[in-house]
Design a protein around this ligand. Structure first.
Ligand code: NAD
Length: 261
């Protein structure tokens, strides 16, 4: 697959799934702008990725929970490359698992800002440019948006919002030739997943359970996620408003759900 000379913006690209997207699109010849909050990891990755090519990357520090910073990042992308072909809204966070009793209203509001309002804002600011190129948007949702997840009411609600926002925008933007899709990963091994393993009472069991949750017997990789995004952007031109599940079969078949002895 090639996406040569197309301009792609990836939020949260310094590690994890976003890093996979940056690497795969640069390998496909794209010009990839990516962000994270801190400078160091992003700048180091930019230099490393650019040595390999054949595309190029450009890092911009941006906290996506700050809407003015998202606007500046999109303006800077257009100032540098003059166009935008694909927006990948990937940055997001999964808080530690708790019940609703232990999440405050403020916890929920701030996660909404980070996971959902940021995507609304990035789409809003990017769409005038994407309409000119008949480009596309890929929003990183989650399999748990449709399955639910224990101890994750706030996170699951933000991801449900992303899947629904994607479908509504796909309808409105069809008139402008812009496709809007979401990707819903199940378990992809990333630094975020490693945080959950480290926080678990039995980290080895947590990793083994994570691998066993898929029919394919392992978690997905960041490269596999990047490749699906590249396919949606470059080749899946009859696809809009679709939630692309990338799960290794995690959602199939019955599992043990109730606490019967
Ligand atoms: N890993 C999984 O199994 C999985 C499953 C379903 C959905 N997802 C979603 O995929 C996305 C990426 O997850 P991941 O596992 O790669 O996470 P990660 O924590 O490993 O990486 C997240 C990236 O986002 C950046 N980021 C975080 N907060 C930011 C902010 N405020 N502003 C800018 N950048 C910020 C980080 O710097 C990093 O580059 C998230 O939206 C997550 O909800 C992940």
């Amino acid at each position: 697959m090639t996406y040569k000379d197309k301009v792609v913006l990836v939020t949260g690209g310094s590690k994890g799934i976003g890093e996979g997207c940056v690497r795969v699109f640069v390998e496909a010849g794209s010009k990839v702008v990516f962000c994270s909050r801190g400078q160091q990891a992003g700048k180091a990755m930019e230099a490393e990725v650019n040595k390999k090519g054949p595309g190029q990357s450009h890092f911009i520090a941006c906290d996506v929970s700050q809407v003015d910073q998202i606007k500046s990042m999109i303006d800077a992308t257009i100032a540098k490359y003059g166009r935008l072909d694909c927006l990948i809204n990937n940055a997001g966070w999964h808080p530690p698992h708790k019940t609703i009793d232990d999440f405050s209203i403020e916890d929920f509001r701030s996660l909404l800002d980070l996971n959902l309002v940021s995507i609304f804002a990035a789409c809003k600011f990017a769409l005038p440019h994407l309409r000119k190129t008949q480009g596309n948007i890929i929003n990183m949702s989650s399999l748990v948006a449709i399955m639910g997840q224990p101890g994750a009411a706030t996170y699951v609600a933000t991801k449900g919002g992303i899947t629904s926002l994607t479908k509504a925008l796909a309808i409105d933007e069809a008139a402008h030739g812009v496709r809007v899709n979401s990707v819903s990963p199940g378990n992809v091994y990333t630094p975020l997943w490693q945080e959950a393993i480290d926080a678990a009472p039995d980290p080895a069991k947590c990793r083994a359970d994570g691998d066993a949750a898929q029919l394919v017997g392992r978690m997905g990789t960041i490269e596999e996620t990047g490749k699906l995004c590249l396919f949606i952007a470059a080749d899946a031109t009859f696809t809009t408003g679709v939630d692309h599940i990338l799960s290794g079969g995690a959602e199939l078949s019955y599992g043990r759900k109730s606490r019967v002895s």
